[in-house]
Design a protein around this ligand. Structure first.
Ligand SMILES: *Cc1c(COP(=O)(O)O)cnc(C)c1O
Length: 228
C-alpha cells in the first residue's frame, strides 16, 4: 500500500469516527484535500483513490495544476488562499469554488470575469472568527450584510461560510469559535436557504468541527505529507 493510500484511509477513518460520535451521516461531511505545493502527479494519484475536491492557495500554481489535470472532468478545484484583485481572472476562469471571499470588490470582478459557458462560481464568505487583527475574513457581525450584497452578482453562487480557527490547542476557545460559526451559519441559512457548506476544521480539530456542524474538512499534510 502506498503512503498516500494509508494516509487517505486514516483521514477517512477519523472523519467517519467523528461523524458516528456526533450522529452525523458520513456523506454530510466532504473532505477537501489541500494540495498546495504538491505536484499534479500526486493529485492524480489521489484522484485515482477516490478524492475529488482539491484546495489550492496560490493562483499561478493552481492554474498550472488545473491545466495539467484538465482530463479529469469531475474534479473540483477550490481556491482557499488570499486573493488579490489583479489575480481574480485566473480563479474566475479555472476554479469551481472560492472559499475566501471577504470583499465586494473581489466579488464584482469575479462576477464580471466568470465565463458564461461555465457554471456559477461557488463562493464561501471567509469569517475571521477568532477576530485576530492580522487575519483575513470578515468580522462576524458583517457577514449577513455582506451576504445580502452578493445577491446582485448573478455569476456567483453563495454556498456558505469558511473559517480558519485560532491556532491553539485550547479546546474551550476552539469550541466557542466553532459554535459561533454554527450560529452564524444557521442565521445565514434562514435568509439564504440554498446555502449548504460550512468549511471549518483541519487535521487537529476535525472532531470538534464536525460536532459543531462542519460540512467540509480541509486537510493537507495528513494526506500528502509535510510541505517543504
Ligand atoms: C494549508 C491549508 C490547510 C491544510 O493545512 P494542513 O496543516 O497541511 O492540513 C487547510 N486550510 C487552509 C486555508 C490552508 O491554507
Amino acid at each position: 500500500m502506498t503512503e498516500l493510500t494509508s494516509n487517505y484511509r486514516r483521514v477517512n477513518a477519523r472523519i467517519e469516527q467523528a461523524c458516528q460520535h456526533h450522529s452525523r451521516s458520513i456523506n454530510s461531511v466532504k473532505l477537501l484535500a489541500v494540495s498546495k505545493t504538491k505536484p499534479a502527479t500526486l493529485i492524480e494519484q489521489a484522484y485515482q483513490l477516490g478524492m475529488r475536491s482539491f484546495g489550492e492557495n496560490y493562483v499561478q500554481e493552481g492554474l498550472e495544476k488545473t491545466q495539467a489535470l484538465a482530463h479529469l472532468t469531475d474534479i473540483e478545484w477550490h481556491f482557499i488562499g488570499p486573493l488579490q484583485a489583479n489575480k481574480t481572472r485566473i480563479v474566475a476562469e479555472n476554479f469551481d469554488w472560492l472559499e475566501t471571499l471577504d470583499r465586494e470588490r473581489i466579488a464584482k470582478r469575479l462576477n464580471e470575469q466568470r465565463p458564461p459557458q461555465l457554471a456559477q462560481l461557488n463562493v464561501l464568505i471567509q469569517v475571521n472568527i477568532s477576530q485576530e487583527a492580522q487575519k483575513s475574513g470578515l468580522m462576524p457581525d458583517q457577514v449577513l450584510d455582506f451576504a445580502q450584497s452578493l445577491s446582485q452578482f448573478e455569476r456567483l453562487r453563495l454556498r456558505g461560510l469558511m473559517c480558519i480557527a485560532e491556532a491553539t490547542t485550547d479546546q474551550k476557545a476552539l469550541l466557542a469559535q466553532f459554535q459561533h460559526m454554527q450560529h452564524l451559519f444557521i442565521q445565514l441559512q434562514a435568509q439564504h436557504p440554498q446555502i449548504d457548506t460550512l468549511s471549518m476544521g483541519m487535521s487537529g480539530d476535525l472532531d470538534l468541527a464536525i460536532a459543531c456542524g462542519s460540512t467540509e474538512i480541509r486537510i493537507g499534510t495528513d494526506i500528502f505529507g509535510a510541505r517543504s
